[in-house]
Design a protein around this ligand. Sequence first.
Ligand code: CMC
Length: 466
Amino acid sequence: MSCTAGKAKRLRDADANQTVADAVRPGKKETMVGSDFVAAEPIKWPVQCTIGRGLQDAIACETQIGFVNGARGILSYRGYDIFDLCAQSTFEEVSFLIINGYLPSADELKQYKETLASLRPLPRTLRALGALPIEKMTPMAALRVGIATLRQVVTDVDTQSPDPSHSIDTDADTVPDVTPDSNEDLEVDRAIPATTTLGRKDAYRLVAGMATIVAAIARLRKGLLPVEPRPDLSHAANLLYMITGTVPDEQQARIMDIALIVHGDHGMNASTFAAMVVASTLSDLYASVESGVGALSGPLHGGANEQVLYTLESIGSPERVKEWFKEARAKKKRIMGFGHRVYKTYDPRAKVLKPLAEIVTQNDPKLSTLFATAQALEHEVIEELGDTKNIFPNVDFYSGMIYKALGIEPAMFTPVFAVSRVAGWVARCLEYVKDNRIFRPRAMYTGETSRQYVPLERRGSTTKGA
Ligand code: CMC
């Protein structure tokens, strides 16, 4: 069915949010857009909801961190619309906001940036990683090892030196803690012996350290030595610098910054839920984040952006899109970078990223062909699946080509997603454990009942189906 007059066309025509694109152009950073925000109704427990497969529509907890309106394509962090944050904020400010619940004052932001700068260098963790065959591991598997190693180093040092201002080895991964409240904000049931690695100090350490570990993996897998972070660079600029070894220009750093902002948090997505399930056992924040990384690795979640790039490269040019799409539909293929469990309209994050992808790809013939191919594919998919199945581009559709244009290889796209999403993971884990209840859903048993046990000698070749 054609849908040229319907919602799909309106969305396609209205998609390029030039205001956010303007935010990366020098001298145009002040415009406010997209404050079309509707607050969620307060939740009253017990919640009545219809739960579908994959826990669709289940409400697992209350949160004050992020709000997604899938029907209207709205995303906000702590009440601030994603478009406003992308146009005016930075990842440092946004990660502080996500974790602490409010925009930092100038002093708080300065202190937070200093904290992140002090927590970025991880010589011991990187040395341990460097001793492993990183080139033989998938980057996401290496990232899980990196986080586990960071935890080991941190707890080792904490055990040896409980007061970090005293005798920290200058070569150690921990540094004097400049955050005022350290881990004291953990207010889980005091009757339970809570781990000491489930607090804000660890949250900051993970936000800072994830960039260092991911960048080191990007280099180690190519046989290159990790690059030390620079205290004078932003989180986004440091990430690019530590991956490529070259300080990015202002526009590249700002585009990376916005890409980090849009990936910071996103409701009860699979990786956030995985992290929270682990935190709810009062395990620790590192183990929680490791679980988040595990869930994010899948092609239906964070892995899609890498697949999108391969798809676009295999299509080759905008002229080939129609034929490729026809064949893909005939084979009932899922088109990577499209569709979403929650968004039944154009993903606002894709709206932010699309114009940035255009800017960052425009001076390279191969990359601009990739962008043109993406646009043609978007047109075909929306034309056929927009009105009928509410399938539109999601965040992963344009992020991959941005990363590629910024010098990041496809295998590192999902780890780069994790560099940002760690803010949401740690914030939601800390929020949840304050009023903790271990996650423990039930399954509906549909298997056999009352089967007679057959002793081994009487089973024959198999009891399958008996
Ligand atoms: N291409 C073609 N058809 C699709 C697609 C797609 N990408 N996504 C969903 N559909 C169809 C699907 O075939 C089904 O059709 P039918 O009703 O005829 O069986 C219908 O839409 C509903 O699909 P579903 O699998 O029930 O939807 P879901 O909510 O379980 O899936 C999704 C959400 C993201 C897993 C899915 O859209 C998908 O596989 N997309 C491709 C992978 C991708 O881009 N993932 C990144 C998601 S965004 C990043 C993040 O937030 O994690």
